[in-house]
Write a protein that binds this ligand. Structure first.
Ligand code: NDP
Length: 340
């Protein structure tokens, strides 16, 4: 009865796309968003897979995000492109500009994409892995609505601002890490709340600023805490500056999303692409030298290893989702309106 449902990647992608289109998105907007959710399910990152579908749909249905956005390039220079997402999803902007950014990086050594007036709400490695697959280094960050306490304070000011890095290796898939600047991502706190689990001490505080292990008290007016104390807090500040101040997007504390009815954040995305072939032909081998030294010194797992293992399994066997996820996906794909 509660057996998971096994779906092929194509079937799951088609269902997610249909749910987004029935939820009000154009096919051009739904495709890149569905792909990023599919990639999260394929690589076993449940915090940013189907868990996010309702939030995307709700945001479009209440008019907070534009599911029919037509992004517009507002500045174009030899190595910098500024794009206005038209209040739509950042993944759509990246799909439109990815090939051009690689051409720019080949020509000048670097390319920077600044995306403003955008919603992201997803994991970042699906954005940067395609660049590393083509031999580029890529670094990206996005800011999100205020969910993380200022260092030394207890009120949220910044988002849990994600930062991700990808680099090519010789004869291996790229090395990629992708992380929030909080101890635990908001998605993992949501999962814990949905599953009735406590979170470990140190993850967040409640609305009065008191430490708590209750995910609902953190989510309901409380705040998440930065990883590594003031160091993670400084990274979150850097992300606000690159993804919001530099792109022309709102800071996390300026996000005016209509509370529980729409859950995506409006902010910006910073993306830097570097072509190492313009600097040093042996870069991929040097990456391998460093990673081999880490393994030799006792590192049992490199960032990305877990995702690659789960990906191999999904590519061979398909993707297992819970019965509840399948029911909810089918309902949305058949045009159900999500509860507010
Ligand atoms: P995790 O802490 O789960 O993982 C962070 C990185 O560390 C991953 O690359 C992971 O590799 C690697 N890693 C984890 N454990 C180990 C280990 N023991 N040894 C070596 N490497 C390890 O990520 P978070 O929970 O912080 O973030 C999850 C997601 O949330 C990210 O994808 C991020 O983009 C997203 N996010 C999105 C936001 C948005 O506004 N759009 C905001 C904040 C976060 P592996 O991939 O192999 O597990």
């Amino acid at each position: 009865m509660n057996e998971p449902t096994l779906l092929s990647l194509d079937d799951l992608r088609a269902l997610i796309e249909r749910a987004l289109v029935r939820g009000g998105m154009s096919a051009e907007n739904a495709g890149p968003v569905a792909e990023t959710m599919l990639v999260c399910e394929r690589d076993g990152v449940k915090s940013h897979g189907l868990l996010r579908l309702l939030g995307f749909v709700r945001s479009v249905q209440v008019g907070w995000a534009n599911g029919r956005a037509q992004p517009r390039i507002v500045e174009m220079h030899a190595s910098m492109c500024v794009i206005d997402a038209d209040n739509g999803f950042a993944q759509v902007c990246l799909t439109l500009t990815r090939d051009r950014l690689m051409d720019m990086a080949r020509a000048t050594g670097v390319a920077i994409l600044l995306t403003r007036n955008a919603h992201h709400y997803a994991a970042l490695w699906p954005d940067i892995e395609p660049f590393a697959d083509q031999g580029f280094i890529a670094l990206s960050c996005v800011n999100s609505k205020k969910r993380m306490a200022a260092w030394g304070g207890t009120k949220p000011v910044t988002g849990t601002n994600a930062l991700a890095f990808a680099c090519p290796r010789a004869d291996h898939p790229p090395m990629i890490w992708d992380q929030s600047s909080s101890v635990m991502s908001q998605g993992d706190v949501l999962l814990a709340a949905n599953e009735g689990r406590e979170v470990p001490p140190g993850v967040g505080c409640d609305a009065d600023g008191a430490p708590t292990t209750s995910p609902s008290r953190i989510l309901d007016g409380g705040a998440l805490l930065p990883f590594g104390g003031h160091k993670g807090a400084s990274i979150a500040v850097m992300v606000e500056l690159l993804a919001a101040a530099l792109t022309g997007a709102p800071f996390g504390f300026e996000d005016e999303s209509p509370g529980a009815t729409a859950t995506t954040s409006k902010g910006g995305q910073f993306l830097l692409v570097v072509d190492p072939r313009r600097a040093n032909l042996g870069f991929g081998e040097r990456v391998n030298d460093l990673l081999a030294a880490l393994v030799e010194a006792g590192t049992e797992r490199l960032p990305g290893d877990r995702r690659y293992q789960r990906r191999s399994r999904a590519l061979a066997e398909g993707i297992r989702i819970t019965r509840a996820e399948h029911d909810s996906l089918l309902a949305l794909a058949n045009g159900a309106v999500p509860a507010r």
